[in-house]
Design a protein around this ligand. Structure first.
Ligand code: SAM
Length: 284
C-alpha cells in the first residue's frame, strides 16, 4: 500500500508553491514553454452510465448530472489542454494523466497526436468498487507519456500496479480525491528533488501535498473556488508540517506581486515596491 509519506535524500533544496484559481486554459498561457519537469494530473471528464441505460451512477458525494458533467463547470475539451501541457513540459520529461476506462482511448490518442510518446500504463487498484452491469469497477489508470528523448528514471523497481486506499467519509474533501502516497511514489521515481511539477486540474490539491511532502516545487490550477480554498488549506498545512520537521528542504509559498506581477517571496518585494496580494483569492 502506498499510503506513507516518502522523503527524498540529497542537498537542502528550496521548494516553491504557486497556486492559481481560474480556468487552466487561460492561466497556462503564462507558463513559459519547456519550463516544467513533470505534469501529473487527474483531469475532469464526462461520466458514462456504466451500462445502466439513461442514468449516471449516483454517489452521495458527487454532483453527477444526466449530461455526465461531474463538476459545476463545463468539462474542458481534452484537445484544448493536451497541447498546452506538452508545450510547458521540458524535453525528455514525463506527463502522467489519470483516467477511467471510458476516456482512456481518447486521451491516449490525443496525446500521441500531440507528439507525446507513450511509455507506460499504471493501474490504481482501489479498495472500493463502483457497480456496473459488467464487472464492478475497482481500478483507474494513469497514462505515462514522454516528451522527446528517453530519460532514465531516478529510481527503478516500482511495479505498475499501485494498491491504494481511497479517501472516504469525513476524510474525503473532493468527490474524485486521490490519496497522496502513490503520487509521492511517482514523483520520487521520476523527478529530482526541487523539480517543478505542474497540475492544471488540482481539485483538493493532492498533487501539491505530495510535492510538499517530497520536496518538489509545484504549480497548481483549480477553477472551482470551493475546491481551490480546500487545496490552499491542505497545501498550507502540509508546508507548516514539513517546515516543522528536520527535513532536507525548505518550503515557501510564493505570491504574485501586485505591482510587477512576478511571483516573489515576501523578502523580494523591495525590488519593485509592490506588495504581496495576500487577500487575493487567486493566490496563496
Ligand atoms: C478529477 S478532479 C481532480 C481531483 C484531484 N485529483 C484531487 O485529488 O482532489 C478535476 C478538477 O478539475 C477542475 N476543473 C474543471 N475544469 C477546469 C478548468 N478549466 N481549469 C482548472 N480546473 C478545472 C474541477 O473543478 C475538479 O476539481
Amino acid at each position: 500500500m502506498y499510503d506513507g509519506t516518502h522523503r527524498n535524500s540529497g542537498d537542502n533544496v528550496m521548494v516553491d508553491i504557486k497556486l492559481m484559481q481560474g480556468d487552466c486554459l487561460e492561466k497556462m498561457k503564462d507558463i513559459p514553454d519547456g519550463s516544467v519537469d513533470l505534469v501529473l494530473t487527474d483531469p475532469p471528464y464526462k461520466l458514462a452510465s456504466g451500462g445502466r441505460k439513461g442514468t449516471i451512477l449516483p454517489t452521495k458525494n458527487t454532483p453527477f448530472s444526466k449530461s455526465g458533467e461531474c463538476f459545476k463547470n463545463k468539462t474542458p475539451n481534452f484537445a484544448k489542454w493536451i497541447p498546452e501541457i506538452y508545450r510547458v513540459l521540458k524535453t525528455s520529461s514525463y506527463a502522467f494523466i489519470m483516467t477511467n476506462d471510458r476516456n482512456l482511448k481518447e486521451i491516449w490518442n490525443l496525446c500521441e497526436k500531440n507528439n507525446f510518446i507513450f511509455c507506460e500504463i499504471l493501474v490504481i487498484r482501489k479498495n472500493t468498487a463502483v457497480p456496473s452491469c459488467y464487472f464492478f469497477k475497482s481500478c483507474e489508470f494513469v497514462l505515462m507519456f514522454r516528451k522527446g528523448k528517453y530519460k532514465k528514471l531516478e529510481k527503478f523497481g516500482t511495479k505498475t500496479v499501485f494498491d491504494v486506499n481511497m479517501p472516504r467519509g469525513i476524510d474525503k474533501l473532493h468527490p474524485t480525491e486521490k490519496p497522496t502516497g502513490f503520487i509521492e511514489k511517482i514523483l520520487i521515481d521520476t523527478t529530482k528533488s526541487g523539480g517543478l511539477i505542474f497540475d492544471p486540474f488540482m481539485g483538493s490539491g493532492s498533487t501539491g501535498v505530495a510535492c510538499v511532502n517530497t520536496g518538489r516545487s509545484f504549480i497548481g490550477i483549480e477553477l472551482d473556488e470551493g475546491y481551490f480554498k480546500i487545496a490552499q488549506d491542505r497545501i498550507n498545512q502540509a508546508v507548516v508540517n514539513i517546515n516543522k520537521q528536520d527535513s532536507l528542504f525548505t518550503c515557501e509559498i510564493k505570491q504574485p506581486c501586485n505591482s510587477c506581477g512576478k511571483w516573489e517571496r515576501e523578502e523580494d518585494y523591495d525590488d519593485c515596491k509592490g506588495i504581496p496580494t495576500k487577500n487575493d483569492s487567486n493566490t496563496y
